[in-house]
Design a protein around this ligand. Structure first.
Ligand SMILES: O=C(O)CCC(=O)C(=O)O
Length: 267
């Protein structure tokens, strides 16, 4: 790890500060990070693929979260919740995950070379104003299987994200905590009615992002989002990454897809 700084757009952070904030809080926002040309291309592809319902898609009706349409045939049932397998949709997504300033941050957090699993995230999350649903407090790793819990998600805003349109909310520091089983429900969502969870919930942080900003968060950090109460669909490109010391557990869903190994960036 180095203590040099990286600069992209208007963002500049010292390497050590970056690492410290991420390690302490389990998340980090870097403003004005993605080149506008890549952001615009990803957004354009996403809008076209949603309009054409180009599979593979996760529909709002598939998740059965609060607010989801009851079935695929109910009104709004075929509302896209995420365009899966983004890396197979257009080369712009591989341009994005191998964007050298991004790889440089990931190398500092995870070591080198960095791998991008195709089995998890690797998607464009979409949040429709009329038919979107509530995502409860969860850790992404609840159903992922890796030798170690060290994975970092990168969430790129393809448009502005704020509480009204269902931006992500996070519980700082929860990536370092252990939780007794009774603090979670049967689907491993954090129980919002449990007294022991209240002090954490009071520290909720809203990840308000402008188009081109990125949110990095640890796959053990609890996060949630409301439905979209605005009037435009929200689009976010989301990928997960791990370092060379971590591997998916053989036989698990995490091992059922290959992984993209990112070209190393020399600091
Ligand atoms: O935008 C949302 O509703 C949150 C999505 C999310 O956290 C997930 O699908 O893992």
């Amino acid at each position: 790890m180095t203590s040099s700084s990286f600069t992209t757009g208007s963002s500049s952070l010292a390497g050590e500060d970056l690492l410290m904030q991420f390690r302490e809080e389990g998340y980090l926002i870097v403003r004005n990070f993605a080149p506008e040309e890549l952001t615009e291309r990803m957004r354009r592809i996403s809008l076209a693929d949603v309009a054409a319902l180009r599979e593979p898609i996760e529909y709002e009706a598939d998740v059965q979260y609060p607010g989801s349409p009851e079935s695929l045939d109910a009104p709004g049932g075929r509302t896209c919740r995420r365009l899966r397998q983004a890396l197979s949709r257009d080369p712009v997504f591989s341009d994005w995950v191998s964007y050298p300033p991004l790889v440089q941050i990931l190398q500092r957090l995870l070591g080198s070379p960095v791998s991008c699993p195709l089995a998890h995230h690797n998607c464009v999350m979409t949040k429709h104003p009329r038919y979107s649903s509530e995502t409860g407090w969860h850790r992404d790793l609840r159903f992922w299987n890796y030798e170690q819990p060290e994975l970092v998600n990168v969430w790129l805003a393809l448009g502005d994200e704020f509480p009204e349109n269902g931006c992500l909310k996070l519980l700082p520091g929860t990536h370092r905590m252990t939780f007794e089983a009774d603090r979670l429900d049967e689907k491993r969502f954090l129980r919002t009615d449990h007294p022991a969870n209240q002090p954490l919930l009071e520290k909720t942080v809203y990840a308000e992002l402008r188009r081109g900003d990125i949110l990095l968060f640890h796959a053990q950090t609890f996060h949630a989002a409301t439905r979209n109460f605005g009037d435009e669909t929200k689009y976010s490109a989301v990928f997960t990454f791990h370092g060379p010391q971590n591997r998916p557990i053989p036989g698990s869903k995490s091992a059922s897809f290959p992984e993209l190994i990112l070209p190393e960036v020399i600091d």
